[in-house]
Design a protein around this ligand. Structure first.
Ligand code: FAD
Length: 395
């Protein structure tokens, strides 16, 4: 009889033979990431989550695997297609949303911001180190009073001769206290602008948010800027207005819509294995019709999510993806994965509330994923606007 440990990885996603839609190269990348995580992360992740520990020492190994900024070209980045990047995110989040969050913030928020909006000097200085995992980046947009509505941000930068003086605070910043460089978005007389603030710059400090129930294997921080003096060369020269950070967020959301499939798959695979080995009323609980109804419904939702993710990756590779597509993918796939993880938890009975099994850890993590990078409600409003032509965000 099977146990959770010998659960066939990905079994729940193989009913529709979706892997036949992937190229050999894409399957190789997915396999390499899965093997790394099986060896270096999975045996420890329950404990790390309990201990509120992010494995900082793994960052160079993630770099060596090509996972940091992997969808970007040049400057030491792997330059793979969107499907491959998505599959890597799927495997990372199958291990833990915290690890996928690290990779998303490093590659799609910090590195992408520099790659897309930075000067040649900024790219040369930071991208190779960030790609190798020799440096860590973070992305500071959210403030305590301005989450869904970043346009109201109070953090501001004013010119002082050739320099800028940056003042304000950012909240909920992934990798904040780890970061060697923070990408910080601030209001100026000319509108929203982005700045690179290296760790150790006088007036810049970070403190961790330590009472999180979700994403415990990820660092989340508050950043403070007290009259931080920056040269104009620290400004991202091509970033003009709020559209710039929102473009970065779309990059990161793309990773989430695959990542969520990974958290759902891991939950379902573990529940399948457990249901096959857990005996009640002299039978494995997988033989009960009510259990099978749960498993069948979850397998359908999971495979639907995967097909949606693949479709969106192909739109992205074709250069045809739009923000509303990303909103549909993020909202659907995170919501589906959260429902799957919660339902899987029921199959484990009492054991399901411990860190011995992954579904509840995934579910709690997914609660945060449902909120960050645009809340479920904001994505619903984006889809509503595309359908009706009415923007219902305010008023
Ligand atoms: P609010 O905006 O206050 O929203 C509260 C509730 O009101 C939500 O349900 C929301 O949907 C609803 N609401 C708001 N406006 C409307 C509306 N117009 N119509 C209907 N409902 C509405 N930010 C960064 O900049 N960088 C990071 O690295 C980062 N990492 C994060 C990591 C974690 C673990 C978390 C939890 C957050 C992170 N964030 C980060 C911030 C995240 O993006 C914000 O939490 C998110 O945008 C929501 O903002 P808020 O928490 O202020 O909630």
């Amino acid at each position: 009889m099977s146990t959770v440990d010998d659960a066939p990885v990905g079994a729940a996603l193989e009913l529709l033979n979706i892997s036949s839609l992937l190229t050999e190269d894409q399957r190789d990348i997915q396999r390499a990431v899965a093997e790394f995580l099986a060896d270096r992360v999975r045996p420890h992740i329950g404990q790390w989550s309990e201990d509120h520990h992010f494995p900082r020492d793994l960052v160079p190994e993630l770099g060596k695997l090509g996972l940091l900024g992997m969808h970007l070209d040049g400057y030491g980045c792997a330059g793979v297609d969107a499907v491959s990047y998505g599959l890597a995110c799927l495997e990372l989040e199958a291990a833990d949303s915290g690890l996928r969050s690290f990779v998303s913030v490093q590659g799609s928020l910090a590195m992408f911001a520099i790659w897309r909006f930075g000067s040649e000097n900024q790219k040369q200085e930071w991208l190779p180190r960030l790609a190798a995992g020799d440096a860590v980046g973070c992305f500071g947009l959210t403030e305590a009073d301005f989450g869904s509505n970043p346009a109201g941000m109070r953090t501001h930068a004013v010119r002082d001769g050739a320099d800028w003086i940056l003042t304000g605070e950012k909240m909920w910043i992934t990798n904040g206290s780890l970061a060697d460089v923070a990408i910080v978005w601030a209001m100026t007389d000319e509108g929203v602008r982005g700045f690179l603030v290296p760790r150790g710059t006088p007036g810049f400090s970070a403190s961790d948010i330590s009472n999180k129930l979700a994403l415990r294997a990820s660092i989340t921080s508050e950043l403070s800027f007290d009259n931080v003096r920056l040269p104009d060369s620290a400004r991202l020269p091509e970033a003009h207005g709020l559209r710039a950070p929102l473009t970065c967020l779309d990059e990161a959301r793309f990773g989430i819509l695959f990542g969520a499939v990974g958290a759902g798959r891991d939950s379902l695979d573990s529940a399948l294995a457990y249901a096959g080995s857990r005996i009640q009323f002299d039978r494995p609980i997988s033989a009960f019709q009510l259990t099978q109804q749960k498993l069948a419904d979850m397998a359908i939702e999971l495979n639907n999510s995967m097909l949606l993710a693949l479709h969106l990756a192909r739109l992205k590779d074709a250069g045809e993806i739009k923000p509303v597509h990303i909103s549909m993918g993020k909202l659907n796939n995170v919501r589906a994965a959260l429902a799957i993880a919660r339902q899987c938890r029921t199959i484990f009975g009492g054991s399901g509330i411990t860190t011995d099994y992954p579904p509840l850890r995934h579910a709690i993590n997914l609660e945060a994923v449902l909120t960050y990078e645009g809340t479920a409600e904001i994505h619903a409003l984006t889809i509503g606007q595309a359908l009706t032509g009415h923007a219902a965000f305010s008023g």
